[in-house]
Ligand binder design. Structure first.
Ligand code: ATP
Ligand code: MG
Length: 590
């Protein structure tokens, strides 16, 4: 491709709305253009990267035995009613009506349509298993579209759906897809980690999120350096009942100013007005926050239908993980009390609740508190007051012990006990064991050998193809611009002709033209900067656009019969004799 013809304008300045590097650079380099919030056009260079990622995904899905098809983006809402997801998706679903006022939505995912499709075609155990996928645009009216391609409202997704006879079959398919994902993200040049994830609106139990490691990632995940435990922080647990090493001994309780707070002393109320949070109270009382109890109020469902008040109790230096709390009280449902709840119930002493609060139906406490050998400072259930010397079993009781605290760096791994690390990541893909939720709702059944009917057992598997493009850009760039891994680069070679003036100009142009023709002939994709521009402009653009190899043909080099080669990612330079250029490049890109 000759740059003199390429539909491209690079920008010298960062776009005003850019929040992250991938967005900033993809816009500056002319790969994408914003059309509306969360909606982008893919210009020629960007579209080539998107298609490369798409092709990698396609090849690995095909290799794993999945079959590609194409489902409609415009889907009848009636199907979404049957699974309850018209409601469940809420305002994130783009809804529209046709001229007869029939409701449709723009597909945010496609479990409904694929399940209905398979239900129509297949009905026997002999038909299964089958695994189907599409690579298609998805639509979600995200609350906060941001970070360019990372959280768009229109985005390209590969979504696969598997149908098996039973759970064993599903588990086999799941593992195949898990392995295929590992290959996909490796081929894309991403540093990533599969982590256990939270089951979302889609339902299902076992699932993994593939996280591209990135500081700008919206998810945090926990991982162990010693074993393969890794989980989204939303669901991660630590080894039960253990605190990070060293913390227990950091207690000033024995000989500090809070020495009177030993279990033998009576519980006593202290006035703690206008102190900002745990840290303020701890400082005021001369203790460390891990000697305080934090009690977070939830409304949980009860048998008679009315909600009851429940407390999640963790040490003052920890955060309550609402997901773990919900698991601890299941099958009852749990909901964090909101400001409105506190407004309608002014009797609840917001910010000063302690575990001995009398209106509470259930106290769930973090297992890490169980063996404490000291009294606690906690809310006095009265505004502006705390108590100290609250002793477990004497002054307050715990109904349920569970892991409740959000895991932090250094917590012990639940599998092997080694210290855990926390990192941030971009969720580039997810694999789900769905089970029969959709097949039951949409009558997707098969008849077994003895004539009995069963719902098919499903899995679903997503890759955010356009998000992957941004994740690659996040990982592979520097000050000068993008630095694509060869597998996804729009072109392998950026050929720069520095024509200069006079007699040499003609030689340079002729040589560059010849190299361009020969490389193209040899099947190498070349972006050829044949423009009349200064070397500074050309090099800056080459750095910004980020092809893996830059070849520079200039008068000086030609005088010595060489062309300069620079690798974008490492910045390493060498020179190639004119005759060696094509074989070296062809050999290097194979
Ligand atoms: P997130 O938690 O980031 O919103 P999700 O759990 O809603 O993601 P899925 O429903 O599992 O996402 O969709 C499959 C894949 O599609 C995700 O792993 C992600 O890579 C991609 N994806 C989801 N939402 C978006 C979006 N708004 N923009 C770009 N890609 C997205
Ligand atoms: Mg989402």
């Amino acid at each position: 491709m000759r740059m003199s013809r390429l539909f491209l304008r690079t920008l010298r300045d960062d776009p005003a709305d850019a929040e992250v590097d991938s967005q900033r650079l993809l816009v500056r380099a002319g790969y994408i253009r914003r059309v509306a919030s969360g909606i982008y056009s893919w210009l020629p260079l960007g579209y080539r990267v998107l298609r490369r990622v798409e092709q990698i995904v396609r090849e690995e899905m095909d290799r794993a035995g999945a079959q590609e098809l194409w489902l409609p983006i415009t889907q009848p809402l009636e199907l979404w009613e049957r699974t309850g997801r018209n409601q469940a998706y809420g305002p994130e679903l783009f809804r529209l009506q046709d001229r007869r006022e029939t409701g449709f939505c723009l597909s945010p995912t496609a479990e409904e349509v694929i399940t209905a499709t398979v239900a129509n075609e297949y009905s026997s155990y002999r038909d299964l298993p089958v695994n189907l996928y599409q690579i298609n645009w998805k639509y979600r009216d995200e609350l906060r579209p941001r970070f360019g391609l990372l959280r768009g409202r229109e985005f390209l997704m590969k979504d696969a759906y598997s149908f098996d006879l039973d759970l064993d079959g599903l588990k086999r398919t799941y593992q195949e897809m898990f392995d295929a994902y590992t290959t996909v993200f490796t081929r894309c040049g991403l540093t990533f980690r599969p982590v256990e994830g939270e089951a979302g609106a889609i339902g299902g139990d076992v699932n993994h999120e593939f996280m591209a490691v990135a500081a700008v990632g919206e998810d945090a995940f926990v991982w162990c350096r010693s074993c393969d435990y890794a989980a989204n922080t939303q669901v991660a647990v630590r080894k039960s009942g253990e605190r990070p090493e060293g913390r227990r001994t950091a207690s000033p309780i024995k000989d500090g100013p809070a020495g009177e707070a030993s279990p033998t002393g009576e519980m006593e109320k202290v006035h703690t007005p206008a102190l900002p949070g745990i840290a303020g109270v701890a400082e005021h009382l001369g203790i460390t926050p891990d000697h305080m109890l934090k009690a977070i109020a939830f409304a949980i469902s009860s048998e008679d239908g009315d909600d009851e008040l429940a407390l999640a109790v963790v040490a003052g230096d920890r955060e309550v993980n609402p997901y773990l709390f919900a698991q601890a009280v299941a099958p009852r449902t749990a909901r964090l009390l909101t400001d409105e709840d506190f407004d309608t119930h002014p009797e609840i002493p917001k910010g000063y609740i302690g575990p001995h609060y009398e209106r509470v139906a259930l106290v769930v406490a973090d297992a890490g508190l169980r063996d404490a050998d000291h009294g606690w400072v906690t809310g006095a259930n009265e505004v502006d007051h705390h108590v100290r010397n609250a002793v477990l079993g004497r002054d307050f009781h715990v109904d349920v012990w569970a892991d409740l605290a959000t895991v932090v760096t250094g917590d012990p791994c639940p599998r092997c006990g080694a210290p855990l690390s926390v990192d941030r990541g971009i969720e580039v893909g997810q694999v789900f064991q769905l089970g029969t939720k959709y097949s039951e709702a949409l009558d997707c059944n098969y008849t077994d050998e003895s004539g009995e009917q069963h719902p098919m057992v499903m899995g679903c598997y997503g890759v955010g193809v356009s998000r992957v493009v941004a994740a690659i850009a996040e990982e592979h760039h520097d000050e000068g611009g993008l630095a694509w891994p060869a597998a996804v680069a729009p072109y392998q070679v950026h050929l720069v002709a520095l024509a200069g003036k006079g007699q040499a100009a003609g030689d340079v142009a002729a040589t560059a033209d010849r190299i361009y023709a020969e490389l193209t002939e040899a099947g190498v994709e070349v972006l050829y900067d044949d423009r009349e521009a200064s070397p500074g402009v050309k090099f800056a653009d080459a750095d910004l656009l980020g092809m893996p190899v830059r070849l520079t043909v200039g008068a000086k080099g030609l005088g010595r019969g060489v062309v300069e080669r620079r690798l974008r990612a490492t910045g390493t330079d060498d020179e190639l004799a004119l005759d060696d250029v094509v074989p070296a490049i062809v050999g290097g890109t194979e």
